[in-house]
Design a protein around this ligand. Sequence first.
Ligand code: ATP
Ligand code: MG
Length: 263
Amino acid sequence: MLTISIASLSGGQGKTTTALFLGRLLARSCCPTLMIDSDPQHNLTTYLGFELEANQPTLLEFLKKTVPAEDSIYPTAYNDNLFLIPADDQLDTVQDYLSNSGVGATLLKRRLEAVAKIFKVCIIDAPPQRSQICLTVLGAADFLVIPAEASVKGYGSLIRTLDLLNGLRDVGATDAEVLGVLPFRDRWFGNTQAQESRASVDSMRSEVGEQLVLPSIRESERFKQAINKRITLSELGYQDLEYPFEILIEKISTHIGLGINNG
Ligand SMILES: Nc1ncnc2c1ncn2[C@@H]1O[C@H](COP(=O)(O)OP(=O)(O)OP(=O)(O)O)[C@@H](O)[C@H]1O
Ligand SMILES: [Mg+2]
């Protein structure tokens, strides 16, 4: 199983949007995919159509190992290949457990070993803060995808995320590498890119190198429509908007030989 964490240390950088569309596209390509919602705001859980009762197992129980691993894994309505370990607002209570465990950064990685033979790819939607949950999510990752708004704020989020990643790598808490930086809400007026968008995407390129910056996610209401209808952008009739995720899947498939079938 290849584990990819979607992380960016600011709110509203496109983490959940990226996790959601990437997971659906992988599942549509017949890839057994496990998604994990690690954000107590639980937007990914909601976007995937779940309304959990208070007693239903989530990532909290998966991390604490208070139920068998498979009890926290739910099939989704999207298709037979897409599964979710959900979150609810109780997930915040795991922060102390992680910090007291002494091995917080490696805990999720260890827990995922129990399901590594069942799924081919695991996509984790990270929380926006530099919390214990965020550390264990980076610790579990083989690769990081960093969405960052095409703005001054987004560039700052990218820098903070890279700093955290490098700090964790220095102390051996993760081996994760950056798979790609994904500019989010790139604004265009006809054929002209907004000045702030262009300047910030240029800064991202000079920070991580041209080859790591993926084609950007355009500012568009279509994404919200697809989220609300619980479908992909191409299922909504906007395949062109899906291009950044297709490139990401190509990158992923070079690491695990997916035999992609988008039909
Ligand atoms: N292409 C787009 N253009 C404009 N808005 C978008 C686009 N894609 C998603 N959005 C909206 O942008 C907002 C932020 O996106 P998202 O929730 O994915 O960010 P996030 O990084 O997960 O945020 P948080 O840090 O709060 O978890 C959401 O309201 C989402 O519906
Ligand atoms: Mg989110």
